[in-house]
Design a protein around this ligand. Structure first.
Ligand code: CTP
Length: 400
């Protein structure tokens, strides 16, 4: 939630400006107030009236509007916010920001503000890939400007590629992360999520049915409590959330490396369904059927146990290590034994028998196993499980 947060929203002149109308509505739904600023070019795409109506606030448009200066000067306007969001951030606005121009209201506010700035770039793919935009982006990031997106996809100009403004939920996620004002502020949490893919050859792989839903919900809940989240995800069905550091991996070995690179952390939550084995004799080229009809014999090797490895680190172990256990029989006994075997602090156990509908579903029924014993939670949506777990993690870190 963004209750009582004040957002100064600068809307640049691009076709994506229409999404900013929805952004205003969703920011307000989350409890934030929005002060909108339109560039001249933005007015070609959205009207001041619709922006003002959705924001339920005055729209600022002109640097030399004396009424505004009398009511609130541009310096004050730039600082009376908790966060400045530029969406869409056009190539032109990014260039102005990178070079310190202050020749209209938007660029002047961006120069005068002492608050964090988050930009959501949106432009044609060639413009995004242009050397000048690359340089400007690097300059802005070096200056501490936060960036969400752009996404890849079909663009209004008919081309395909990176340049499309991030979807509104992702921008909201990035806003929540930028404000990081919850009880986990200053904490770093690693979350693994999704399945891993273990190649057989360049076109075939072994996978499992994990959707990544529970891990993603956890990353969101931790982010919303203010944590910096390193989200190490295999190829999941559910897209990664905004406002977290996404490290996309394919295999268990890559996941292990990504987790090691993300350390140190205050807590680590291992929600990924990591393949226990990889194909030892994976082929570098596509395997062909053989004329005699013989099926290939695959040899397997055990993958590194990432959870056990981190739990048993002698130096740099996160203060709290949480594993998951998907069981179909003797859930508590198996999960209790797994906690001791792996050396983690908590195990989140669930019954994934097909009759429960949990794997791939929206709900989960978990048993939280710690040294205090087994705590059985009622069945609830995965997002609620995530919120409660994130709260428990917060309490544990505060107490520790
Ligand atoms: N895990 C891991 N690395 C692996 C395997 C599992 O980090 N190579 C983590 C998972 O992310 C999860 C927990 O360990 O947190 C699950 O343990 P695992 O032994 O894989 O569970 P099962 O496959 O259910 O174990 P078993 O085969 O013993 O039932």
């Amino acid at each position: 939630m963004l209750t009582n947060k004040r957002i100064l929203l600068i809307i640049g002149g691009g076709i994506a400006a229409f999404k900013s109308l929805d952004l205003i509505r969703r920011l307000r739904d989350q409890g934030a107030s929005v002060t909108p600023v339109l560039t001249r070019a933005a007015e070609e795409f959205v009207t001041p009236l619709s922006v003002s109506a959705l924001a339920a606030a005055k729209v600022y448009r002109d640097l030399f509007d004396l009424t505004d200066e009398a009511e609130m000067g541009h310096i004050e306007l730039s600082r009376a916010a908790d966060l400045v969001v530029v969406a869409p951030a056009t190539a032109d606005l990014m260039a102005k920001m990178a070079h310190g121009h202050a020749n209209d209201l938007a660029s002047t506010l961006l120069m005068a503000t002492d608050k964090p700035v988050l930009i959501a770039p949106a432009m044609n793919v060639r413009m995004w890939e242009h050397a000048a935009t690359r340089r400007n982006l690097a300059t802005l990031q070096g200056d501490g400007v936060l960036v969400v997106g752009p996404d890849q996809g079909n663009m209004a100009c008919g081309e395909y590629g990176p340049g499309r403004m991030s979807d509104v939920p992702d921008i909201i996620g990035a806003v929540a992360a930028a404000l990081r004002n919850g009880p986990l502020k200053g904490r770093h949490v690693i979350v693994t999520s999704g399945p891993t893919h273990e190649p057989i050859d360049p076109v075939r792989y072994i996978a499992n049915r994990s959707s990544g839903a529970q891990g993603t919900a956890l990353a969101v809940a931790l982010r919303d409590l203010g944590a910096r989240v390193s989200f190490v995800t295999g190829p999941a069905d559910v897209p990664p959330p905004g406002g977290v550091d996404v490290i996309a991996v394919e295999t268990a070995a890559e996941m292990e490396q990504a987790v090691a690179a993300a350390l140190p952390a205050d807590a680590a939550v291992f929600a990924a369904a990591v393949a226990d084995w990889r194909v030892l004799n994976a082929s570098g080229s596509k395997m062909k059927k053989d004329a005699s009809g013989n099926a290939p014999a695959l040899e397997f090797a055990e993958n590194p146990d990432i959870l056990a490895g981190v739990s048993q680190l002698s130096a740099g172990r996160p203060g709290l290590v949480v594993g998951f256990a998907a069981e179909t029989d003797d859930v508590v006994a198996n999960a209790t034994a797994k906690r001791l075997r792996k050396g983690c602090d908590w195990i989140v156990a669930n019954d994934v028998s097909p009759s429960t509908g949990i794997m791939g579903g929206d709900e989960n029924a978990i048993i939280l196993i710690s040294d205090a014993g087994a705590d059985v939670w009622p069945r609830m949506p995965k997002a609620e499980v995530a919120r409660r777990l994130a709260q428990r993690i917060t309490d544990a870190l505060d107490g520790g």
